[in-house]
Design a protein around this ligand. Structure first.
Ligand code: TA6
Length: 305
């Protein structure tokens, strides 16, 4: 049963909040520009489809919607670390493996506000602050705020405030899964000449030409603040991915073998997606003094070709 506070934030005819599963609220936005869905779990943008367009965000048909499990697809919020992480417990001298990509994507956030403006679209704001679970994984006080603006474009902005009395550093990403008609008929522009780490073999290389993907690819490009264009030939459109507050961009497609080992990655789904992630990772670590704030954002613009 949806709690009263959530229901009161609905905007009739534009924003509806319902439970996808018991205790798993999803915010559905349907305005004059687009429709979208955002789960309260992870403040996770699941869907974005401008009016008259095909879906822009890829979402696995076999995604799992339960507390503690990140949704496969959409825009997972990787924070306060990107990738795998383990810590040594000095007392027990044991290594504790922590959840990949941090905890922000695998816990419920608070829905702070819902505003609709006929000119600019629908803005939804979520918040997450430290709690017993987060402190057990990462011993700092913080306040995250995610602002999602659903218009003809999709804008997602993560602000991180250090509310502790000591400084801390973090990494993270807006791990955007884009929906494509056919990955092998797509091209990715904007990273030519940029150095990257190939995470499949940890080799450092430089991107010489446009990216065409026909096998597993997991590259961290850095330094780059560039806009990325994904040319989706089979759907006759380009997706422009802009970002702020990030010096690193991750491009990922697991391809067939790796995706077949993930139960929540629908079979063959790898042919219709690519991740283009606005990140702070590898050498692009963010350091905040008490009361300082960092903003990481991504903006997705559709251009028909
Ligand atoms: O962004 C690329 C990546 O770091 C890959 O190495 C792969 O692990 C992917 O994220 C998905 O991670 P997940 O924990 O969501 O399965």
């Amino acid at each position: 049963m949806l709690n009263k506070k959530l229901k009161q934030l609905e905007i009739p005819g534009v924003v509806e909040i319902k439970e996808m599963e018991a205790g798993y609220p999803v915010i559905s936005i349907n305005n004059s520009f687009a429709n979208a869905e955002i789960a309260l779990h992870g403040a996770h943008v699941m869907r974005f489809q401008p009016t008259g367009e095909k879906p822009v965000i890829w979402l696995s048909k076999t995604a799992v919607y339960s507390e503690g499990k990140a949704i496969r697809g959409g825009i997972p919020i990787c924070w306060p670390w990107f990738g795998d992480k383990s810590v040594n417990d000095n007392k027990s001298n044991k290594t504790q493996v922590l959840p990949a990509h941090g905890f922000a994507r695998s816990m419920f956030w608070e829905l702070v506000s819902v505003q609709d403006n006929i000119e600019t679209g629908t803005e939804i704001v979520f918040a997450l602050k430290e709690n017993e679970k987060t402190l057990s994984l990462w011993p700092y006080y913080f306040c995250l705020q995610l602002r999602v603006l659903v218009s003809k474009n999709l804008s997602v902005e993560l602000s991180v405030k250090n509310t502790d009395e000591t400084s801390f550093s973090f990494t993270g990403a807006l791990h955007t899964y884009l929906s494509l008609g056919d990955i092998e008929a797509s091209k990715i522009y904007g990273l030519n000449g940029v150095p990257y780490i190939n995470k499949l073999n940890d080799q450092l290389k430089t991107q010489l030409d446009d990216i065409v993907i026909s096998s597993e690819l997991d590259n961290v490009y850095q330094p780059t603040v560039a806009d990325i264009t994904v040319y989706d030939k089979s759907q006759s459109r380009e997706l422009l991915i802009q970002k702020q507050g990030s010096q690193s961009t991750v491009v990922w497609n697991p391809w067939e073998e790796k995706s077949s080992r993930m139960k929540d990655f629908d079979p063959g789904g790898f042919r219709n997606m690519v991740c283009i992630e606005a990140a702070n990772t590898s050498g692009d670590v963010i350091f905040l003094q008490p009361q300082e704030t960092h903003i990481l954002s991504t903006n997705i613009v559709i251009k028909n070709k």
